[in-house]
Design a protein around this ligand. Structure first.
Ligand SMILES: [Zn+2]
Ligand SMILES: [Zn+2]
Length: 111
């Protein structure tokens, strides 16, 4: 997924250490590259948490979650884009659900 501001591609595939930041713009998860984070207004377009005003939001499982205070917000229906309209989705969005599913399978002896 490229930087949503300048379109540069993420080159560091390592998870957890990336200097890239995630954010939510118009109910879409976006990535911001380290270069764009140096501009003073790089969070100006990002959605803010209604509770703590943090721009440190992520979108997953159809909801927007604040990573600072944990507030979860349902997306506005009018902003939901149709499938295949370029809505970004990363493996991070589904890996947890897959993991839970596999754990349930093991518990139920279905694996
Ligand atoms: Zn950028
Ligand atoms: Zn918050």
């Amino acid at each position: 997924m490229p930087c949503y501001r300048c379109g540069v591609r993420q080159t560091d595939p390592e998870r957890g250490r990336s200097p890239w930041r995630r954010g939510v713009v118009h109910d879409r998860l976006v990535l911001i590259c380290p270069g764009c984070q140096e501009s003073a207004d790089w969070t100006a377009e990002l959605e803010r948490c209604a509770k703590c005003s943090s721009a440190h939001l992520i979108r997953r499982l159809g909801q927007v979650e604040c990573l600072d205070c944990g507030l979860i917000r349902e997306p506005e229906a009018s902003l939901v884009l149709p499938r295949g309209a370029g809505v970004p989705s990363g493996p991070a969005d589904t890996s947890l659900a897959d993991e839970v599913g596999r754990a349930l399978d093991r518990l139920l002896g279905r694996a």
